[in-house]
Design a binder for this molecule. Structure first.
Ligand code: HEC
Length: 139
Protein backbone atom coordinates (compact mmCIF):
# COMPACT_ATOMS: atom_id res chain seq x y z
CA UNK A 1 0.00 0.00 0.00
CA UNK A 2 1.42 3.42 -0.92
CA UNK A 3 1.77 6.18 1.67
CA UNK A 4 -0.94 8.19 -0.07
CA UNK A 5 -3.40 5.30 0.22
CA UNK A 6 -2.60 4.94 3.90
CA UNK A 7 -3.33 8.65 4.56
CA UNK A 8 -6.54 8.37 2.57
CA UNK A 9 -7.66 5.31 4.55
CA UNK A 10 -6.92 7.06 7.81
CA UNK A 11 -9.13 10.03 6.98
CA UNK A 12 -11.91 7.68 5.85
CA UNK A 13 -11.56 5.88 9.16
CA UNK A 14 -11.90 9.16 11.07
CA UNK A 15 -15.09 9.98 9.16
CA UNK A 16 -16.48 6.59 10.05
CA UNK A 17 -15.70 7.05 13.75
CA UNK A 18 -17.36 10.49 13.77
CA UNK A 19 -20.40 9.02 12.02
CA UNK A 20 -20.72 6.19 14.55
CA UNK A 21 -20.36 8.58 17.51
CA UNK A 22 -23.01 10.92 16.09
CA UNK A 23 -25.46 8.07 15.51
CA UNK A 24 -24.88 6.80 19.05
CA UNK A 25 -25.42 10.22 20.60
CA UNK A 26 -28.65 10.78 18.66
CA UNK A 27 -30.14 7.40 19.52
CA UNK A 28 -29.19 7.76 23.18
CA UNK A 29 -30.97 11.11 23.45
CA UNK A 30 -34.05 9.61 21.79
CA UNK A 31 -33.98 6.85 24.44
CA UNK A 32 -33.79 9.46 27.21
CA UNK A 33 -36.82 11.22 25.79
CA UNK A 34 -38.86 8.00 25.97
CA UNK A 35 -37.58 7.18 29.45
CA UNK A 36 -38.37 10.64 30.83
CA UNK A 37 -41.94 10.82 29.47
CA UNK A 38 -44.87 8.47 28.92
CA UNK A 39 -47.36 10.50 26.90
CA UNK A 40 -49.66 7.55 26.35
CA UNK A 41 -50.10 7.15 30.10
CA UNK A 42 -50.77 10.88 30.57
CA UNK A 43 -53.46 10.81 27.88
CA UNK A 44 -55.03 7.59 29.20
CA UNK A 45 -55.25 8.79 32.82
CA UNK A 46 -56.81 12.15 31.98
CA UNK A 47 -58.35 11.86 28.51
CA UNK A 48 -56.48 15.10 27.80
CA UNK A 49 -53.85 15.90 25.17
CA UNK A 50 -50.33 16.09 26.64
CA UNK A 51 -48.87 17.94 23.63
CA UNK A 52 -51.51 20.68 23.85
CA UNK A 53 -50.90 20.68 27.60
CA UNK A 54 -47.22 21.39 27.09
CA UNK A 55 -48.12 24.49 25.05
CA UNK A 56 -50.64 25.59 27.68
CA UNK A 57 -48.03 25.27 30.43
CA UNK A 58 -45.85 27.74 28.54
CA UNK A 59 -48.76 30.04 27.60
CA UNK A 60 -50.09 30.33 31.17
CA UNK A 61 -46.59 31.26 32.37
CA UNK A 62 -46.47 28.27 34.72
CA UNK A 63 -42.92 28.07 33.40
CA UNK A 64 -41.98 31.40 35.00
CA UNK A 65 -42.58 29.98 38.49
CA UNK A 66 -41.92 26.25 38.08
CA UNK A 67 -39.28 23.89 36.73
CA UNK A 68 -41.17 21.66 34.25
CA UNK A 69 -39.12 19.08 32.28
CA UNK A 70 -39.61 19.32 28.51
CA UNK A 71 -41.23 22.79 28.57
CA UNK A 72 -38.94 25.47 27.07
CA UNK A 73 -37.61 28.03 29.58
CA UNK A 74 -39.51 26.40 32.46
CA UNK A 75 -36.91 27.17 35.11
CA UNK A 76 -38.87 29.32 37.59
CA UNK A 77 -38.15 28.94 41.28
CA UNK A 78 -41.04 30.78 42.96
CA UNK A 79 -43.07 27.57 43.05
CA UNK A 80 -41.93 23.96 43.67
CA UNK A 81 -40.32 21.97 40.84
CA UNK A 82 -42.77 19.77 38.93
CA UNK A 83 -40.08 17.26 37.88
CA UNK A 84 -40.89 13.53 38.24
CA UNK A 85 -44.54 14.44 38.69
CA UNK A 86 -46.02 10.99 38.07
CA UNK A 87 -44.03 9.56 40.99
CA UNK A 88 -45.53 11.97 43.56
CA UNK A 89 -47.99 10.52 46.06
CA UNK A 90 -49.31 13.87 47.30
CA UNK A 91 -48.99 17.53 46.42
CA UNK A 92 -49.20 20.67 48.57
CA UNK A 93 -48.46 18.22 51.41
CA UNK A 94 -52.10 17.07 51.68
CA UNK A 95 -53.82 16.30 48.37
CA UNK A 96 -53.53 12.78 46.96
CA UNK A 97 -51.79 13.16 43.58
CA UNK A 98 -54.69 12.24 41.27
CA UNK A 99 -55.60 13.83 37.92
CA UNK A 100 -58.94 15.01 39.40
CA UNK A 101 -57.24 16.86 42.26
CA UNK A 102 -54.70 18.39 39.91
CA UNK A 103 -57.38 19.66 37.51
CA UNK A 104 -59.30 21.31 40.37
CA UNK A 105 -56.10 22.87 41.72
CA UNK A 106 -55.14 24.36 38.36
CA UNK A 107 -58.61 25.76 37.67
CA UNK A 108 -58.82 27.64 40.99
CA UNK A 109 -55.83 27.43 43.35
CA UNK A 110 -57.51 29.87 45.78
CA UNK A 111 -60.53 27.54 46.15
CA UNK A 112 -58.44 24.48 46.86
CA UNK A 113 -56.08 26.21 49.26
CA UNK A 114 -57.27 29.58 50.55
CA UNK A 115 -54.38 31.99 51.00
CA UNK A 116 -52.07 30.17 48.58
CA UNK A 117 -49.42 32.26 46.84
CA UNK A 118 -50.08 30.55 43.48
CA UNK A 119 -52.35 32.94 41.52
CA UNK A 120 -55.66 31.99 39.82
CA UNK A 121 -54.82 32.01 36.11
CA UNK A 122 -58.23 31.72 34.36
CA UNK A 123 -57.58 28.17 33.23
CA UNK A 124 -60.55 26.44 31.52
CA UNK A 125 -61.43 22.86 32.41
CA UNK A 126 -60.18 21.61 29.03
CA UNK A 127 -56.88 23.45 29.46
CA UNK A 128 -56.40 22.12 32.96
CA UNK A 129 -57.10 18.58 31.71
CA UNK A 130 -54.50 18.93 28.94
CA UNK A 131 -51.90 20.36 31.32
CA UNK A 132 -52.64 17.55 33.77
CA UNK A 133 -52.16 15.07 30.91
CA UNK A 134 -48.69 16.50 30.37
CA UNK A 135 -47.75 16.54 34.07
CA UNK A 136 -48.84 12.90 34.47
CA UNK A 137 -46.63 12.00 31.48
CA UNK A 138 -43.48 13.12 33.32
CA UNK A 139 -41.69 10.08 34.77
C1 HEC B 1 -46.58 33.45 40.20
C2 HEC B 1 -45.98 32.12 40.30
C3 HEC B 1 -46.77 30.90 39.89
C4 HEC B 1 -47.40 30.67 38.68
C5 HEC B 1 -47.53 31.60 37.48
C6 HEC B 1 -47.87 29.31 38.76
N1 HEC B 1 -47.56 28.75 39.96
FE1 HEC B 1 -47.93 26.83 40.56
N2 HEC B 1 -47.27 27.25 42.40
C7 HEC B 1 -46.72 28.46 42.80
C8 HEC B 1 -46.47 28.44 44.24
C9 HEC B 1 -45.86 29.57 45.06
C10 HEC B 1 -46.90 27.16 44.67
C11 HEC B 1 -46.93 26.65 46.14
C12 HEC B 1 -48.31 27.06 46.63
C13 HEC B 1 -48.59 26.77 48.09
O1 HEC B 1 -47.82 26.05 48.74
O2 HEC B 1 -49.63 27.27 48.57
C14 HEC B 1 -47.38 26.44 43.50
C15 HEC B 1 -47.82 25.12 43.51
C16 HEC B 1 -48.11 24.38 42.38
C17 HEC B 1 -48.33 22.96 42.34
C18 HEC B 1 -48.23 22.00 43.53
C19 HEC B 1 -46.75 21.63 43.64
C20 HEC B 1 -46.38 20.73 44.82
O3 HEC B 1 -45.27 20.19 44.77
O4 HEC B 1 -47.13 20.59 45.77
C21 HEC B 1 -48.57 22.62 41.04
C22 HEC B 1 -48.83 21.24 40.47
C23 HEC B 1 -48.53 23.85 40.27
N3 HEC B 1 -48.24 24.89 41.12
C24 HEC B 1 -48.72 23.93 38.91
C25 HEC B 1 -48.81 25.13 38.21
C26 HEC B 1 -49.27 25.24 36.84
C27 HEC B 1 -49.64 24.07 35.94
C28 HEC B 1 -49.26 26.57 36.53
C29 HEC B 1 -49.74 27.24 35.26
C30 HEC B 1 -51.16 27.03 34.95
C31 HEC B 1 -48.75 27.29 37.69
N4 HEC B 1 -48.50 26.38 38.68
C32 HEC B 1 -48.54 28.66 37.73
C33 HEC B 1 -46.44 29.55 41.97
C34 HEC B 1 -46.91 29.70 40.70
Amino acid sequence: MSRRDAVFNLSKMKELVVFILLTLTLSLSACNWFRDFDFERGARLTRGDPQLGRKQLAMHSCSSCHVIPGVPKADGTRGPSLAHWYGRRTFLSTFPNTPENMEKWLERPSHRKPGTTMPDLSVSSQESRDMTAYLFSIN
